[in-house]
Design a protein around this ligand. Structure first.
Ligand code: CA
Length: 231
């Protein structure tokens, strides 16, 4: 297997040097960026397998970087571990809502960081093997047969509703923005007011059809939607 590539977005050179040295020793390829702007550029260019993202960055902060990563098709699936400062609990919550996979609090031990990196990479490899059947509560979806049912009742979904539901489920609990959904399901690349409404209208009809499982589609105010897998 090719060596996995890690992108470190961090403005403190000492931390970058220490991480680079030790992660390379673990057998990873490592690239780094000293600020958010450059981090986004590198994420697009390098296609890393995982990103270590410091939240306190000059210019664009880490949360903005995380949001931008999740909005772009090419970077939306890259796992992100946030490096947060102690006592910034709210950052952690926002970061996880924006789709970060894990976080680690500074100062961290190297052993812990490497263990987290490996665990997140393992999860992301498993995720690529998407099974044909997905179940959550009384909801069952057969992706290969394009069949959706709640309990033993089969639902009649339109093609767009099915795509919308599939995209939300495949995001595994991550928030997908309206812009992302418009772009990926409808193929609109500029979100005018009326087009953003398209997503909302389809979510409404989808929720109605999902009956008791409707609550799994969670609205993230002024942003988008996510699918709640847990009960
Ligand atoms: Ca920093």
């Amino acid at each position: 297997m090719a060596k996995e590539k890690i992108l470190i977005i961090e403005d403190e050179p000492d931390i970058v040097r220490m991480l680079e040295y030790n992660l390379k020793k673990e057998g990873f390829r490592v690239v780094s960026a000293p600020d958010g702007q450059e981090g986004l550029r590198q994420a697009r260019k390098q296609c890393p397998d995982i990103i270590l993202l410091d939240l306190m960055l000059p210019e664009i902060d880490g949360l903005e970087v995380c949001r931008a990563l999740r909005q772009e098709r090419d970077t939306a699936g890259i796992p992100v571990i946030m490096l947060t400062a102690k006592g910034r609990e709210s950052d952690k919550v926002v970061g996880l809502e924006l789709g970060a996979d894990d976080y680690i609090t500074k100062p961290f031990s190297l052993g812990e960081l490497i263990a987290r990196v490996k665990a997140v990479l393992r999860r992301s490899r498993d995720k690529e093997k998407q099974p044909d059947i997905f179940k959550a509560g009384s909801l069952t979806i057969d992706f290969s047969k394009i069949k959706v049912s709640v309990g033993n009742k089969r639902l009649e979904l339109t093609a767009k509703e099915f795509e919308l539901l599939s995209a939300l489920i495949k995001a595994k609990g991550r928030v997908l923005s309206r812009d992302y959904l418009l772009d990926n399901i409808w193929g609109f690349d500029n979100a005018l007011e009326i087009q953003s409404r398209t997503v909302d209208v389809h979510i409404q009809t989808l929720r109605k059809k999902l009956k008791q499982e409707a609550k799994r589609i969670v609205t993230v105010k002024n942003y988008g939607y996510r699918f709640e897998i847990e009960e």
